[in-house]
Design a protein around this ligand. Structure first.
Ligand code: HEM
Length: 366
């Protein structure tokens, strides 16, 4: 195919996905309608993920006033925030809770968007930017976890990075060295140390926020240009005005979410429920404590990794990654009923592994 032709087709493809000539904010907001159907609650999940992200920005900036990204002072600065800074413990708790609630809402958002076939033409790019947002959201969790520099966080990060290196054993020829090289780039030195903490800090407070802001911009623009997908039923029950009806409902959901977050932050230090207190500072000479495991949102892959051969999980992850990225094309002709069943099955797997992962592990491993 001649170059001009390829360019023309790409332009036509993008013009259909981003009909910028339709970009008249007044009509986009005032004329926009939202379909009402059995899964309409799913439309609030993207908004909730956005809300928790905004909370992370606000509380993150507050924590930055006191947090020191050095191996000598990181733990002490978090301790100082929790024990001496007025409302410091509250802000840190809200930041910890909002990270979990953001990841949970992104997962539900993904499954409800999938069940609604909201990835179909012309929303392929909404979906693909969504998958990128999911990756960034998990990277926020992984990088943020190391910053308090306590015994568990450092050792859990070591295990996480070690898993990357292990992939090399299953790759052919020169490729076998790539995972190790990647691990060393992330780690910045032979072991998890100051270079790692500086890189994770830069990722957590600069690189990931800028990436998410850019990709979310494309994500939301595509949503605004195409409006909400029709949902699970062949024909929605009725349509409701986006502004002010849906908009005010979205705001009230944010209001309730903020109240829940505030109460959790006040009454339930994140550490107490998820048993991750501010452990003692990392001591390189100390032994690796027993029972190290990652945060709950990695349980869906962590427990299978503990139970099954490494190559099985690696293969599974690769297939999952490809299927998620190619979802708009793989499931193009799949009917909504099947999509709903797949979404419910995936959701059930995530809940079972997150809540009962430990029990299942002991069931097999004693
Ligand atoms: C930080 C993460 C994310 C944020 C803040 C976010 C935000 C939003 C918002 C506000 C909407 C419009 C309201 C709604 O339908 O919920 C939306 C729609 C959408 N999102 Fe996301 N999203 C995120 C991640 C994802 C992920 C992980 C996926 C899937 C892989 C995804 C796929 C979609 C799709 C397909 C729509 C269109 C829904 C429709 O038209 O019915 N998003 N997103």
């Amino acid at each position: 195919m001649k170059l001009p032709e390829t360019i023309e087709r790409t332009e036509a493809y993008l013009a259909e996905r981003f009909p910028v000539e339709k970009m008249n904010y007044a009509s986009m907001i005032l004329k926009k309608e939202v379909p009402v159907h059995r899964l309409s609650w799913g439309y609030y999940m993207g908004g909730l993920a956005l809300f928790f992200f905004l909370v992370q920005i606000a509380t993150g900036v507050m924590l930055l006033f006191y947090y020191q990204p050095t191996v000598s002072d990181a733990h002490a600065s978090v301790e100082y925030i929790t024990e001496h800074v007025p409302a410091g413990a509250l802000v840190r708790n809200i930041h910890a809770w909002a990270s979990s609630l953001m990841i949970a809402s992104v997962m539900v958002h993904l499954l409800s968007a999938f069940a609604m076939k909201a990835f179909g033409k012309p929303r392929e790019i909404t979906w693909i930017t969504g998958v990128a947002l999911l990756g960034i959201t998990f990277a926020f969790g992984f990088t943020g976890y190391l910053l308090p520099w306590h015994q568990i966080a450092v050792n859990a990060t070591k295990i996480g990075l070690q898993t990357i290196e292990e992939i090399g054993a299953y790759l052919p020829g020169q490729m076998a060295t790539w995972p190790k090289a990647m691990k060393e780039i992330i780690q910045g030195e032979a072991s998890v140390g100051q270079a790692t903490l500086s890189r994770f800090f830069a990722l957590h407070v600069i690189i990931l926020p800028l990436s998410i802001a850019g990709i979310l911009g494309i994500h939301l623009l595509s949503v605004q240009l195409h409006g909400m997908s029709q949902g699970v039923d062949e024909k929605p029950r009725r349509m409701e005005k986006f502004f002010p009806t849906y908009f005010l409902k979205d705001l009230s959901v944010w209001g309730v979410a903020f109240m829940v977050l505030f109460i959790l932050g006040l009454c339930l230090p994140f550490d107490s429920l998820f048993a991750y207190p501010l452990f003692e500072p990392f001591n390189a000479k100390g032994s690796t404590p027993d029972g190290i495991k990652p945060e709950w949102y990695f349980f869906w892959v962590y427990y299978p990794l503990e139970l099954l051969p490494f190559w099985v999980i690696m293969l599974g992850q690769t297939v999952l990654g490809v299927v998620m990225m190619a979802t708009p094309w793989i499931f193009k002709n799949t009917n909504r009923r099947t999509l709903k069943v797949l979404a419910v099955a995936a959701g059930a797997y995530l809940v079972v592994m997150t809540v009962f992962g430990e029990k299942i592990y002991h069931l097999f491993k004693g």
